[in-house]
Design a protein around this ligand. Structure first.
Ligand SMILES: CC(C)(COP(=O)(O)OP(=O)(O)OC[C@H]1O[C@@H](n2cnc3c(N)ncnc32)[C@H](O)[C@@H]1OP(=O)(O)O)[C@@H](O)C(=O)NCCC(=O)NCCS
Length: 151
């Protein structure tokens, strides 16, 4: 893996973070969701709602050689919005971000990590120890509720 830096997002990151997430949705999630779902998901991550998220939850950014390559969030007991830039997928960045946000949750004494996985990511989360809870239906499409006890 290239040189790695993880830091908390600030409002100065809104535009680059929004761009990373929407690009990743269009490239990586398009095989599992129809165009209407992809457009709805991208709308959730326009700059304005991303700015609101930065104000209201912990969002971490991962940089490799100064390039923004991934992000993950924590709100309550929910791991949220994990995305790795398509060109950097399969190199361990998603795992590093997941392990890091689990550490943040442990420090907050959260006993169990919950998440809504995309259909695209469910095998990734299963490989990291997350158990299937149930398939849930949203206007944006189906997502998989998953859980992992944090010891
Ligand atoms: C899901 C995602 C975050 C994974 O990030 P990544 O950097 O590509 O994953 P990593 O390289 O860290 O993989 C970690 C492990 O999971 C495994 N893995 C990754 N993707 C996998 C998949 N689709 N199926 C099975 N295993 C997978 C890897 O083989 C690796 O195993 P290892 O530790 O034994 O080598 C990334 O593919 C992504 O952004 N996907 C699109 C956006 C998305 O759906 N995000 C989730 C929103 S809920």
């Amino acid at each position: 893996m290239k040189s790695l830096k993880i830091r908390q997002a600030t409002v100065a990151d809104v535009v680059s973070l929004s761009r990373l997430i929407r690009h990743t949705i269009r490239v990586s999630n398009a095989k599992d969701y129809d165009q209407k779902s992809i457009d709805m998901l991208c709308a959730i991550f326009e700059p304005e709602p991303v700015a609101e998220r930065i104000e209201n939850e912990l969002i971490l950014l991962c940089f490799a050689d100064a390039n923004l390559v991934g992000t993950v969030g924590l709100r309550g007991e929910y791991l949220r919005s994990l995305f790795v830039e398509p060109a950097y997928q399969g190199q361990g960045f998603g795992k590093v971000l997941t392990v890091r946000i689990e550490e943040e949750a442990r420090q907050k004494a959260i006993p169990e990590m919950m998440l809504h996985s995309s259909l695209t990511a469910r095998e990734f989360y299963a490989a990291l120890g997350y158990e299937f809870v149930e398939l849930q239906s949203y206007p944006e499409g189906p997502f998989v509720l998953m859980r992992k006890p944090l010891q």
